[in-house]
Design a protein around this ligand. Structure first.
Ligand code: KET
Length: 480
């Protein structure tokens, strides 16, 4: 098929006109009915042509009133989207949907990594509330568009938070930072930038990793490979496998590293192992990309959790950093994060910044301001900052105490197997080791919602429910 005629609907009557029909409409209406030669249209035309091919040459397409979608007119009623297959639920966010639909009173949502209070409720940090109160009272604030790269002061504070204000790269103007739609948005901008300016290089992801990594990078034009990370036998790091795989990666490859609190395994390299990884990355001229979604959640200390990133930057490497404030400020729904490129030269940093803007502008134009303003007020106001640091520590400590509670409840039950990894793993998650059938039992029989890979969010466990959770694990291990 070389072309496809599409007509706009009759503007006044709202009737549909088949392709090729004449209407005798006024010039005004006629202009709205103008034909589109889709063979000359780029993407949209191609899609419609594919659709037309899919539907068969008998069907005709019309553009709907006040709507950009196209409707198929066929002998039998139906939708042009009949051929669209049902997508599976998201492996993480789909768990929350299933949880919401469950009416059982004892249900627990340990799927998504979202902090809960001891009462099992979402938490808005006091430091966030304080910042928001200050914002409401500040009559100098307006709702103008932010620049394409976001709130500049937020960007400055963000790179200082991860790298330290005394970092040479920061002082020398070698770090380009844009505000992003949380950590996911930072990864997406990075992916598209790399797909454009670093063509041909694949990104190596740890195995396993946060599932969305595998989709974000190809969407940005970057091929995905993997390196060994977790050893199920030891429930620890496969350090040798990791080093071998990084050594075998072609020079210039992108290596995605979880800055701390590896998701989903909760297994981080030790300080010494990080130093070894740095050596390999340097020797093999790999490009490190840090995903920092949990700064503060691993140890409770913001600086400590930034150590790996700082080690690489202070060694003079060029690195990419994706930051999220979803977890450490509890700003999940505000979608606030940052993307930084640490580069060798301040002039290059400026050019990189200009191209990050080129990625952002056609994607969402510029970012929302509210979350950035909250973060700005927390990071730049001493009182808010100190309050926040305590709250981060408080969240990390509660998670750690839930590890102890779950571990001792399993000990009491004498659940078969060794459960010490619950204590040893770091951050928001425990990679329980439960297999798929056991996970299904956890959910179907005990209403404990978790991801199919056996990950549970420790942040969703409460003292009141640790016993219940342990009993569910015990039953699943013994009977499935
Ligand atoms: N990186 C990692 C490693 C990560 O675990 C998440 C979120 C993100 C980035 C992105 O988060 P954002 O909200 O875009 O800042 N992980 C949790 C939530 C999710 O899957 O979206 C999770 O694993 O449960």
């Amino acid at each position: 098929m070389s072309s496809l005629d599409v007509q706009m609907p009759h503007a006044k009557s709202g009737n549909w006109f088949r392709s090729g029909e004449t209407t005798g409409a006024s010039g005004d209406t006629r202009s709205q009915m103008r034909r589109f030669k889709l063979s000359t249209m780029d993407k949209v035309g191609n899609r419609l042509n594919k659709l037309q091919a899919h539907l068969g040459s008998e069907s005709e397409l019309l553009v709907a009133p006040n709507n950009t979608s196209a409707v198929a007119v066929e002998a039998t009623p139906g939708s042009i989207w009949n051929g669209v297959p049902q997508a599976p639920p998201d492996p993480i966010l789909g768990v929350s949907e299933a949880f919401k639909a469950d009416k059982d009173g004892s249900k627990m949502n340990l799927g998504v990594g979202a902090y809960r209070t001891e009462e099992g409720k979402p938490l808005v940090l006091n430091s966030v509330r304080a910042a928001e109160r200050q914002m409401v009272a500040d009559m100098s604030l307006n709702k103008e568009y932010l620049g394409i790269g976001g709130n500049p002061n937020f960007c400055k504070l963000s790179r200082e938070l991860i790298l330290g204000a005394d970092c040479a790269a920061v002082r020398e103007g070698r770090v380009s930072t844009v505000q992003s739609l949380s950590g996911t948005g930072a990864l997406r901008i990075a992916a598209e930038f790399l797909g454009t300016f670093y063509k041909g290089a694949a990104v190596y992801l740890p195995n396993p990793t946060w599932g969305n990594h595998k989709k974000i990078f190809p969407n940005g034009g970057v091929a995905v490979k993997s390196y060994r990370y977790y050893n199920p036998a030891t429930r620890g790091l496969d350090f040798q496998g990791l080093c071998e795989d990084l050594c075998a990666a072609p020079a210039g490859s992108i290596i995605l590293l979880h800055a701390c609190a590896h998701n989903p395994t909760g297994v981080d390299p030790t300080h010494e192992q990080w130093a070894e990884i740095l050596k390999v990355v340097k020797a093999k001229q790999l490009l490190p990309l840090f995903d920092s979604a949990y700064q503060g959640f691993a140890s409770g200390d913001l600086d400590r959790d930034a150590q790996a990133v700082r080690m690489f930057v202070n060694a003079g490497l060029e690195v990419i950093i994706c930051q999220s404030y979803a977890k450490n400020m509890g700003l999940y729904g505000e979608r606030i994060g940052a993307l930084s490129f640490v580069v060798a030269d301040a002039g290059v940093a400026k050019k990189v910044y200009s191209q990050m803007q080129q990625v952002i502008r056609p994607m969402y134009s510029n970012p929302p301001m509210h979350g950035a303003a909250i973060v700005e007020r927390i990071l730049s106001n001493k009182e808010n900052y100190e309050a926040w640091k305590l709250e981060v520590k408080g969240m990390a400590d509660r998670i750690i105490s839930m590890r102890t509670a779950l571990h001792s409840a399993l000990q009491k039950l004498g659940t078969p197997g060794n459960w010490d990894h619950i204590l040893n793993q770091i951050g928001m998650f425990t990679f329980t080791g439960l297999n798929s059938a056991q996970v299904t039992n956890m959910t179907k029989k005990h209403h404990v919602y978790m991801t199919q890979d056996g990950r549970i969010s420790m942040a969703g466990v409460t003292a009141a429910k640790a016993q219940y959770l342990a009993a569910a694990i015990d039953d699943s291990v013994r009977n499935c």
